[in-house]
Structures are given as structure tokens and as C-alpha cells.
Write a protein that binds this ligand. Structure first.
Ligand SMILES: [Zn+2]
Length: 319
């Protein structure tokens, strides 16, 4: 406490920055394009310009003491390296060191889903909980597990790949090469694909939807009473419920927070998920399971990065 920090969410298309006050509130925001093709040096420079701009919002006598940044995976949080995220096209970039050298303050670097999980855990739907799973349902599906207050990473830092749990060995071919993964039911692109295919099968014309169709588009159709869209979301929710039940059986964690774009479907997705949980696990386990929507939305990664930034001040990493 007592420090001003900046949280940064570096995505494939945009970089969002949030100035976080000593009371852990995002008090100013900036947003710039990522321009990944210009390379990481350009991103570092443009981030530094934004941070110097945000410094002007800090009261006299205080300064931005640390920065946390999250990026698409895979990342090596220990060395602060962006490994090779396909949607950035950067390989083995020591981004934490580059940014820290440029800014002259400690920097923490984390995977975006894990940072969002930390934000939600400390400041959002997970406040006061001991353990929680944050499930990102967007273009892809993944989870970050917080057990007894700490991120559970697994031996190879790959824990939480819930999107690729097999639900149906004869199901759709997934990008991972296997069939019938959770992701093939609930990711945004798959919601759209299933919706269009189901319309064709029923001989119904596609509604005049703007491309690209997303989970939110399907949700909008469902809210408007389209039974085909409602069926797609119900099946997606049931897949999510099966995945949550599987995790609950293994982890004995009760709280599952759903975030990212498909979470905007809200109860159209979450209600079928809640109903499905008891069909896939012990009743005694299901009775504890809670599936809720993110409270912080786009601020979850910013606040999680802010929390990580504060940790660098509490215990600076070894040089
Ligand atoms: Zn898969």
C-alpha cells in the first residue's frame, strides 16, 4: 500500500494502461494500438511515453513506483520473457527487462489470464476467498487456478488448459489436433460456427449478421428469442458445466469465475452450466460449486498487474 503503480494489458491489437492509486483503484486509463509488427522496442517506447503521461496524474511528491504487464502466452514469468505468442509474432523477447531498463522501476510480467485471475481474486469476484478458478472464455478457452491464495502453475507452467479437456472423442476437430474439446463448444468462434451450421441444417437462412460473428452476436440473437441461438448457448453452457464439474472433482475448489468476451452471454451461458454440474460430479462436490461472471471485466488484468507490481516492491526479484 501507499504506492502508485501502473497495470498494463498488452494484447494482440491494443495496449491498455491503468494508473492505480494506493487504494487499488484504476484512476486513469490510456489505450494505444499494439502495432506488434513494429517490434517490441517500439511497444516499449510507446508504453514509456504513456507512463510518463500518466505520471502527471499522480499527486506532487508521489511517483509511479512499479509496473505490472501481462501479455498473451506463453510467457516465462520467472525470467520476464515473452516466449512466442502466435498473435504477437514475437519470439523470446526479454520484455520485462527492456521495460524496466527504460522506465527505471521494477516491472512484473505475467500471462494475461493469470493476471486477470489475480485481479479478480484480490479485488473482484474472488475477494475473501481462499481458492478460485478463473476461466477465460473468448477466442480460446483456458483457466488460471488460484489455490490457497497462490497461482497454481504446475511443473511445466501449463496448468489450467481446461479448453482442451475432451468431452466427446468423436466430436469436432479442435485446433489442438484432438476432437471434441471443451473449446469446440464454448469459444467465441465455435459458438458462431455451431450457430451457422445449425441454421443451415434446419434450412433457415442466416440472419444478416455483421462479420465476424462472435459469441456476443449469438447471445444477442438468443436474447431476441432465436431458438437456434438459445440451443447453441445451452449446449455451450452444458459443456462449460461439465468442465467445471471435472475441475471441481480434481481440485476441490468451489468458485469458478467466468471472464472474457463470451462471459458477456451471462446467464444464457451460466445457467445451463450450473444445471449441468451435478450430472458430471459427486452431488457432495456439486453442492459447493459456484459459477459466476467476472466482476471486473477489462479491469481484471489491469488490477492483477497492479497487484503484481506491488509484489515487486514487497520482495524485489533476485537480479
Ligand atoms: Zn483442443
Amino acid at each position: 500500500m501507499g504506492n502508485w503503480v501502473v497495470g498494463i494489458d498488452l494484447g494482440a491489437t491494443k495496449i491498455a494502461l491503468g494508473l492505480i492509486d494506493p487504494a487499488d483503484r484504476v484512476v486513469a486509463r490510456r489505450r494505444i494500438p499494439t502495432l506488434a509488427e513494429d517490434g517490441p522496442e517500439s511497444a516499449v517506447e510507446r508504453i514509456a511515453q504513456q507512463i510518463s503521461d500518466l505520471q502527471r496524474e499522480v499527486p506532487d511528491g508521489s511517483r509511479i513506483a512499479a509496473v505490472g504487464i501481462c501479455t498473451p502466452g506463453p510467457v516465462d514469468h520467472a525470467t520476464g520473457t515473452i516466449v512466442d505468442p502466435p498473435n504477437l509474432g514475437w519470439r523470446n523477447v526479454p520484455f520485462r527487462g527492456m521495460l524496466s531498463d527504460r522506465l527505471g522501476v521494477p516491472v512484473a510480467l505475467e500471462h494475461d489470464a493469470k493476471a486477470a485471475a489475480l485481479g479478480e481474486f484480490h479485488y473482484g469476484a474472488g475477494r475473501g476467498e481462499r481458492s478460485m478458478v478463473f476461466i477465460v472464455v473468448g477466442t480460446g478457452v483456458g483457466a488460471a487456478i488460484i489455490a490457497d491464495g497462490r497461482l497454481y502453475r504446475g511443473l511445466h507452467n501449463s496448468a489450467g488448459e481446461v479448453g482442451h479437456i475432451t468431452l466427446d472423442p468423436d466430436g469436432e476437430l479442435c485446433t489442438c489436433g484432438n476432437r471434441g474439446c471443451v473449446e469446440t463448444y464454448i469459444s467465441g468462434p465455435w459458438l458462431a460456427r455451431r450457430y451457422q451450421r445449425m441454421l443451415q441444417r434446419k434450412g433457415k437462412p442466416s440472419p444478416s449478421l455483421e462479420e465476424p460473428i462472435t459469441g456476443e452476436t449469438v447471445a444477442a440473437q438468443a436474447r431476441a428469442g432465436d431458438p437456434v441461438a438459445m440451443q447453441v448457448l445451452t449446449e455451450a453452457g452444458e459443456a462449460l458445466g461439465a468442465a467445471v464439474a471435472t475441475m471441481a472433482m480434481i481440485l476441490s475448489i468451489d468458485l469458478y469465475v467466468i471472464g472474457s468476451s463470451v462471459a458477456r452471454c451471462g446467464d444464457l451461458l451460466l445457467e445451463p452450466a450450473r444445471r449441468a454440474v451435478p450430472r458430471h460430479c459427486y452431488q457432495s462436490v456439486a453442492s459447493h460449486v459456484r459459477i459466476v461472471c467476472t466482476e471486473l471485466w477489462d479491469d481484471a488484468p489491469l488490477l492483477g498487474c497492479g497487484w503484481l507490481a506491488r509484489q515487486t516492491l514487497a520482495a524485489p526479484p533476485a537480479p
